[in-house]
Design a protein. Structure first.
Ligand SMILES: Cc1cc2nc3c(=O)[nH]c(=O)nc-3n(C[C@H](O)[C@H](O)[C@H](O)COP(=O)(O)O)c2cc1C
Length: 183
């Protein structure tokens, strides 16, 4: 039975630990296509995806531990290397830059809508994700490893995916705390 949109939106959680199995590439490809129906002003479709294979993912894991070793020490770096090594699937979503700052801001917003669509599409297939914007995603070596020209594209998120090992609980404030109704 297909999940209702409410179940998918409410139920999606950021996943911190994954089972080892890699979801089929066809499921990811389908979710990427669904995600591309995100709203985007002027029909710019500004999102770009870098889909990492195991070799590139391993290089990112190494780069991240190297960066952490410099700031937080070897023990913390090793801890991260071990946890990051268990992540099955890796995508990076970027957004095209523009000479027009307003266009670039709108395009970044559209790329965020694309990511939310992607996370929901994957969740509807029982695939969990984590959207991450850790320091490594802004490191020049990260751009180099992934073939991203930072003058042309901005990284919007590193998206880990896989089947969840644990689904955490979450909560939200009531809309009465953030909605102002006018007469
Ligand atoms: C732009 C953006 C960046 C995020 N970066 C991180 C991150 O670097 N590390 C992390 O653990 N979670 C990150 N998250 C996920 C949030 O922590 C998560 O959405 C929040 O805790 C609410 O949990 P939920 O997604 O399960 O509702 C990010 C989310 C967004 C929208």
């Amino acid at each position: 039975m297909e999940s209702s949109i409410e179940q998918v939106i409410r139920g999606r959680r950021t996943i911190g630990s994954f089972l080892p199995d890699l979801p089929p590439a066809s499921e990811i490809e389908a979710a990427i296509e669904w995600a591309s129906w995100a709203p985007n002003h002027k029909k710019t479709e500004p999102w770009r995806i870098v889909w990492l294979g195991p070799e590139t993912a391993a290089a990112v894991v190494e780069l991240n531990s190297h960066l952490i070793a410099k700031t937080k020490g070897f023990a913390e770096a090793e801890k991260k290397r071990l946890t990051w090594s268990t992540i099955p699937g890796w995508l990076v979503v970027t957004s095209l830059r523009s000479a027009d700052s307003f266009r670039q801001e709108e395009d970044y917003a559209a790329s965020c809508c694309f990511i939310q669509n992607l996370l929901l599409a994957l969740w509807s297939k029982k695939i969990g994700t984590k959207w991450s914007t850790g320091d490594v995603t802004r490191d020049p070596q990260f751009h180099e490893l992934l073939g991203i020209d930072p003058a042309q594209e901005r990284v919007v998120g590193l998206i880990w995916y896989g089947y969840p090992a644990v689904i955490p609980e979450q909560n939200r404030q009531s809309p009465t705390s953030f909605v102002r109704k006018l007469k």
